[in-house]
Design a binder for this molecule. Structure first.
Ligand SMILES: Cc1cc2nc3c(=O)[nH]c(=O)nc-3n(C[C@H](O)[C@H](O)[C@H](O)COP(=O)(O)O)c2cc1C
Length: 150
């Protein structure tokens, strides 16, 4: 199964680190959203899309990318890291992917340290070893799911 994980990550690179842990388990290619053109996806069976959460949303570049994705009937999974640990606009992301005809087979979220103003201080050190272990477990589960679907 050919897999690519496309991510958008800021200075702290929290999402990139989670994406890399997932890519190891999935044997996936890893790419920044800035470097991927939608037409490059045609050879992939499974596509992962990950972003940090900024002002309660995934990054606008990721939204734009989803908008330009020409694919139908592709298995996709989504993930985020966020200061709150929540995937705030997951329902919207899922709806946009569903409207594209993509099959969302899983989602994952974990805390990502962000505390310049004293917010989310309890998330210091995240993603941590437990978060990476959870991301690996999630990815192993995806392998099973994707093989059942295809
Ligand atoms: C400008 C900015 C805005 C953020 N807004 C939110 C937010 O609204 N909700 C939240 O839970 N986390 C927020 N965060 C925290 C990030 O989602 C978190 O640190 C995430 O792990 C960043 O991922 P990255 O390192 O891959 O960019 C914000 C971070 C930044 C830098």
């Amino acid at each position: 199964m050919k897999t690519i994980i496309i991510y958008r990550s800021g200075r702290s690179m929290n999402t990139q680190k989670i994406a890399a842990a997932m890519a190891e388990v999935l044997g996936a290619d890893l790419a920044k959203v800035e470097d991927v053109k939608p037409e490059m996806l045609s050879g992939y069976d499974l596509i992962g899309l990950g972003s940090g959460i900024y002002a309660s949303k995934i990054h606008r570049r990721m939204f734009k990318f989803i908008k330009r994705m020409p694919l139908r009937d592709k298995n996709v999974f989504i993930f985020c890291t966020s200061g709150s640990g929540e995937f705030k606009n997951k329902a919207l992301v899922e709806a946009k992917l569903a409207a594209k005809g993509c099959n969302v087979i899983g989602d994952f979220n974990c805390p990502g340290e962000f505390s310049p103003l004293g917010f989310n201080l309890d998330k210091k050190g995240h993603p941590n070893e437990q978060d990476f272990a959870d991301a690996r477990k999630f990815s192993a589960g995806l392998l099973d799911k994707a093989s059942l679907i295809s």
